[in-house]
Structure formats: structure tokens, C-alpha cells
Design a protein around this ligand. Structure first.
Ligand SMILES: Nc1ncnc2c1ncn2[C@@H]1O[C@H](COP(=O)(O)OP(=O)(O)O)[C@@H](O)[C@H]1O
Ligand SMILES: [Mg+2]
Length: 166
């Protein structure tokens, strides 16, 4: 299956939240979203928009110290992970796969900040890289290579965000 990528121009903070919101609208229990990008590139902002679309009332902030925040009161559980403080070799001990295999925890949406610290990715996931955009704002590149994830991205694009297929 071919890889599909889209680029989104996020000119404002609201646009970053909106992309998160649109992704959240189409997430299913078991969807894994892998976020990469420097400090301040907008990862947590995007998760805030996503949490809003899952009807999570609590404020969402980076789980930099707790590593994982679990939000269980929304439409679908949200597991928000931040690997910033870990070395790649330490990530395995978190056993993140328990979140997407859903055996010990309720199946939910898993969003991982600093996913570039992972040594292995789940088979089916959406990769989203954020960066500062020349001229201001941020740019997001979103990539999927498996069918349900590609379909999800196509729905987000269908929502009419500012987008280029790349
Ligand atoms: N599209 C955007 N344009 C301008 N500023 C943005 C945009 N998206 C997010 N920000 C701002 O960038 C800062 C860092 O965002 P944050 O989500 O905490 O980044 P990260 O989690 O990647 O470190 C925040 O002040 C946020 O409001
Ligand atoms: Mg963050």
C-alpha cells in the first residue's frame, strides 16, 4: 500500500487546534497518532483540539513529567503520552502497546508526543510532524500507509482545511 502524505499550513494557534479537532472527529478506539517536532512546534496544542472533539472537559497539558495522562471521561478514552524525557532505549519499559492492543486498558485514542524517541512503531498509525513555518505559524505533515488510516486522513482533508497533497 502506498504512503499518503498531506501538508497543512497552520497559520494560527486556532488552526493547529482545528487540525487536532478534525483528526479527533474521525479517530476510532485503537487509533494511534505519532507526533514529532521540536519543543514549541504545537504538539500539545493539537492534542487540545483533539481532546475537545472527544468531549474531554479537563484541560490538556503536556504529560512531560507524568509521561502518560489518561482521560477516560470523553466519548472515547484518550491516552496522551510525552516521551521528551526518555531515551529511546527507555521507551520499551513503558509498554505502550498495552494502550493499542486494548487488553489491559479500555481501547482508546493514543497520541504520543516525541514519537521520534520510539525504537519501534505500531503497525498501523498516523505520523504527524509539526514544524515552524517560514513566514509564521506552523506546518504539519501527516502521513499514513495503511488503509483505515489513509481513509481517516482523506476525511480530514475533505473537511476543507488548507492542504497540499505531497
Ligand atoms: N499554528 C500556530 N501558530 C503560532 N503559534 C502556535 C501555533 N500552534 C501552536 N502555537 C503556539 O506554540 C506554542 C507551543 O505550543 P505547544 O503545543 O506547547 O508545543 P509542543 O507541545 O510541541 O512543545 C504555544 O504558545 C502555542 O500556542
Ligand atoms: Mg508538548
Amino acid at each position: 500500500m502506498a504512503q499518503v502524505s498531506f501538508e497543512f499550513d497552520l497559520l494560527t494557534v486556532a488552526a493547529t487546534r482545528r487540525l487536532g479537532y478534525c483528526l479527533g472527529q474521525y479517530c476510532q478506539p485503537g487509533t494511534v497518532l505519532l507526533l514529532s517536532g521540536n519543543l514549541g512546534s504545537g504538539k500539545t496544542t493539537l492534542v487540545q483540539g483533539l481532546g475537545y472533539s472527544l468531549d474531554i472537559g479537563e484541560p490538556i497539558s503536556s504529560p512531560t513529567f507524568t509521561l502518560v495522562n489518561e482521560y477516560l471521561e470523553g466519548r472515547i478514552p484518550l491516552y496522551h503520552v510525552d516521551l521528551y524525557r526518555l531515551e529511546p532505549c527507555q521507551v520499551g519499559s513503558l509498554e505502550l502497546e498495552t494502550y493499542w492492543d486494548g487488553e489491559e486498558t479500555a481501547h482508546g485514542v493514543v497520541v504520543i508526543e516525541w514519537a521520534e524517541r520510539m525504537m519501534e512503531y505500531p503497525k498501523e498509525s498516523i505520523h504527524l510532524t509539526l514544524s515552524h513555518r517560514l513566514g509564521g505559524g506552523r506546518q504539519a505533515t501527516v502521513t499514513a500507509s495503511t488503509e483505515p488510516q489513509i481513509a481517516l486522513l482523506e476525511k480530514v482533508v475533505g473537511d476543507g482545511l488548507l492542504v497540499d497533497e505531497v
